[in-house]
Design a protein. Structure first.
Ligand code: COA
Length: 344
């Protein structure tokens, strides 16, 4: 049995906010942002667009790709949606607080009546956690065959746009992959699909990336006037140090567990948080930076969406080939971190 990625999709809002746009209203500059992060622009969702809206577009794009493939038994998007057994979305910016889950909203809009649906709250590692969770559910459920794994976030709605130390980093977007349980093997010379995953967390760092208001710890009170919207508070330096260590540890761990060297890996698809984090980890590991796929320049940090958006870009530009071994690696609020090793 193997759990294989069959199709990918993404959705990025059309409104593009450049560093120069930000510099018009903040004490920052294109030069500072580029040199400290590698970011040139980010895309921002319009006021009416919620997390599930972007996620839905990415989901339809993945299902459309799958429909066009040889051997797909479904004849229409409606039919293929009905074949879904699981929908999982990793997000830190759900449509609603806790209930209903964003995944249930997506399930309804897709017409995926046969699918179980749930959200995963693992910050920017949400897609990595979601992929492993969906693969596990497919593996243990004899009748389950197909899952949609989405990463989507609208962090622009939860950043303090007056805080130049954090708002410059984030953008909105969604990415999705359709995975399927097949008769191929996930071990041996012809191994396919998701080979292994490492999931880790260090909750002692939870204060370093936190939206403090609105939850049960710090709920809004009747009559309360709030001065700022609930927003992400970040200890940038602490997150940076954690991230470099996390990326290094996960890459080393996956290579060791799979008993391979980095030469066997075609591409590393890292969470797109800061190009300097990737460069620092690459240097520590002695891996050429070119091995890492980066699109942070255009989208900034789209949180749980960054890895599936990158996978979709690589897939659609023909840079990924069937049989390529790829590695994802990411980190985020929680603090969480992890990575997947996948034969594409
Ligand atoms: N424009 C201009 N100057 C800025 C700035 C901006 N956008 N943001 C911060 N600065 C200033 C600071 O005020 C500080 O000035 P000072 O020395 O006069 O006090 C100086 O730049 C250095 O600040 P510092 O916070 O030490 O910068 P840094 O090199 O650590 O870079 C981050 C800041 C946020 C880019 C970096 O810490 C980072 O990327 N951290 C990880 C964040 C992350 O990935 N979060 C999401 C995880 S999923």
């Amino acid at each position: 049995m193997a759990i294989e990625i069959k199709a990918t999709g993404k959705s990025v809002p059309s409104t593009r906010l450049t560093n120069d746009d930000l510099a018009k209203r903040l004490a920052t500059s294109d030069e500072w942002i580029r040199s400290h992060t590698g970011i040139e622009a980010r895309h921002i969702a319009g006021g009416e667009t919620a997390c599930s809206d972007l996620a839905l577009e990415a989901a339809w794009a993945a299902l459309t790709m799958a429909l066009g493939q040889e051997g797909c038994e479904a004849k229409s998007l409606e039919e293929i949606a009905l074949t879904l057994d699981i929908i999982i979305i990793g997000t830190a910016t759900a449509d609603y607080y806790g209930c209903p889950s964003t995944a249930c909203i997506i399930q309804d809009k897709l017409g995926a009546r046969n699918a179980a649906a749930m959200d995963i709250a693992a910050g920017c590692s949400g897609f990595i956690y979601g992929l492993e969770t969906a693969a596990g559910l497919l593996s243990i459920g004899a009748s389950r065959k197909r899952a949609l794994v989405i990463g989507a976030d609208v962090l622009s709605r939860f950043v303090d746009w007056d805080d130049r130390g954090s708002c410059i980093l984030f953008g909105d977007g969604a990415g999705a992959v359709l995975i399927e349980k097949t008769g191929n093997l996930s071990t041996g010379p012809d191994k396919r699909g998701l080979l292994r995953t490492i999931l880790r967390a260090d909750g002692s760092g939870s204060e370093h990336l936190v939206i403090k208001r609105g939850g049960s710890r710090n709920a809004f009170k009747p009559g309360e006037t709030i001065e700022t919207i609930p927003h992400l508070e970040m200890n940038g330096r602490a997150v940076y140090n954690f991230a470099v260590k996390a990326v290094t540890e996960i890459i080393e761990g996956l290579l060791k567990e799979e008993r391979i060297t980095i030469d066997a890996v075609s591409r590393i698809v890292p969470h797109q948080a800061n190009a300097r984090i990737v460069a620092a980890a690459a240097k520590r590991l002695g891996i050429p930076e070119g091995k890492f796929f980066l699109n942070i320049k255009e989208y900034a940090n789209t949180s749980a969406a960054s890895i599936p958006i990158a996978l979709d870009e690589l897939n659609r530009t023909g840079e990924l080939h069937k049989g390529d071994l790829i590695m994802t690696v990411g980190f985020g609020a929680g603090l969480t971190y992890g990575g997947n090793l996948i034969v594409f």
